[in-house]
Write a protein that binds this ligand. Structure first.
Ligand SMILES: [Zn+2]
Length: 432
């Protein structure tokens, strides 16, 4: 089912016209109401009533997280505070908060876009949705909550934490859809096992996961262990919160709500657009936000736009799952390399463990990369010939994906250091 057929299946031509009109009015809005943008436009000598095509987007300035911090708390709002009905805030890793606001219309739009994403994932008004995101200044809980109500589903606003109680409620209230982070879904599966509960005996059918990067193999594990269909969705509070993009039931990339968000993928070093389909930093311009519009917001999230049209019928472009953060990017032999690319390949190769290290050295003025890969015991003690074949295969796959040659070394299971959460798997010995 498609929540808004006339919008989500719009022709590309009509969409681009709509995007241009909305871009023009957004630029006018921020140029007249937000001193930060007015100053930037003036510096660039940008006559903002002369934006006549979507390509003109590239003439506009970027907005950084630091700009939000510098204008803390309300400096980037485009409406007076009396028109703001909701405020959310994110603390970020460095602790300095950023603040975002919503008008009455913004909340309506937000709810509707989240309803689209729930619907795309297969959820309907007949479902019972358990929202295990934190409710509060973080946009996850309230974003999904309003979207689920808009859809007409039955919402259980349980919020985060207390896993045993979550599972008890899931059993008693016959939850059919779970909303949380993918890692929390796996934790629930573990706790169910400890409690002697078989997840396949529950009513659970759907999982809508977001708010952290995850992998295809993690999806498989969640699907198998919980007996559900897991879909990915994406959003960030600086742009709106959840509802920016989400997967349909093809489970192969996230449709971007392009009638409300204009996206670009850029090289984080040169700030130029990458070639179509290449990995780069996602940059988002809001097209309909009233209280807190952003122009070319640099998300620091890495993704790629997928070229193919989707069998589901939606015409909105799809992006791949988030592949990492720009902070993780390495430049090796002048090529941008993302550790997550390596991880994705290792996941697909039989016998390798998802534990690896990447060692970068500089020898005779040339970068040298060694990927240390843990392999299962049976392979590690296998004949040299088999090991060589595996090394060759990994090396070829990595070379074709990364565009640079790397060395590969197999190491025994459990020899590489384990990290809690996002580990730093890169050992850069270059003195740059
Ligand atoms: Zn689709």
């Amino acid at each position: 089912m498609i929540w808004e057929n006339n919008k989500e299946c719009i022709s590309r031509e009509d969409l681009e016209q709509l995007q241009l009109e909305r871009l023009q009015s957004t630029i006018y809005r921020v140029g007249t109401h937000v001193p930060f943008y007015r100053k930037k436009f003036n510096e660039l000598k940008l006559e903002y009533d002369k934006i006549s095509s979507l390509d003109d987007l590239r003439r506009l300035p970027f907005t950084l997280k630091q700009d939000l911090r510098d204008n803390y708390p309300y400096g980037l709002f485009a409406v007076p505070l009396r028109e703001v009905v909701r405020v959310h805030s994110s603390s970020g890793t460095t602790g300095m908060a950023t603040v975002v606001g919503y008008s009455q219309n913004d909340i309506k739009t937000w709810s509707n876009l989240v309803a689209r994403i729930l619907c795309a994932a297969g959820v309907t008004h007949d479902d019972v949705i358990q929202i295990a995101f934190g409710y509060g200044l973080f946009t996850g809980g309230f974003g999904l909550h309003y979207g689920a109500e808009r859809l007409g589903a039955s919402v259980i606003p349980i919020s985060a934490g207390n896993t045993k109680r979550q599972i008890q409620i899931m059993q008693d209230f016959k939850t059919t859809a779970l909303v949380c982070t993918p890692s929390y879904a796996l934790k629930m599966a573990d706790v169910m096992m400890d409690m002697g509960i078989n997840p396949h005996g529950l009513s659970l059918r759907y999982g809508l996961f977001g708010a952290e990067p995850w992998s295809e193999s993690m999806r498989r594990e969640i699907n198998e262990r919980l007996g559900i269909r897991a879909t990915d969705n994406y959003g960030l509070s600086e742009v709106m919160g959840p509802g920016v993009a989400g997967e349909c039931q093809e489970c192969n990339g996230l449709h971007i709500n392009e009638d409300h968000f204009l996206v670009e993928v850029i090289d984080p070093e040169t700030l130029e657009p990458v070639e179509p389909g290449e990995i780069g930093e996602l940059v988002i311009t809001t097209l309909t936000k009233e209280a807190f519009p952003v122009i070319r917001y640099r998300t620091r999230d890495l993704t790629r736009l997928l070229p193919d049209s989707c069998p589901c019928g939606r015409t909105f472009k799809k992006m791949s799952r988030i592949l990492g953060r720009t902070d993780d990017m390495l430049i090796i032999k002048g090529v941008n390399v993302f550790p997550t690319q390596i991880e994705a390949i290792l996941f697909e190769i039989e016998g390798t463990e998802p534990h690896y290290n990447l060692v970068v050295e500089r020898e005779h003025n040339e970068d040298k990369v060694t990927v240390m890969v843990e392999v299962v015991e049976s392979i590690f003690f296998d004949a040299m010939k088999k090991q060589r074949a595996l090394i060759d295969m990994i090396r070829k796959r990595l070379a074709s994906e990364l565009g640079i040659g790397v060395d590969v070394r197999l190491v025994e299971e459990k020899t590489l250091e384990r990290f809690e959460g996002k580990g730093n798997r890169v050992i850069d010995k270059r003195e740059l």
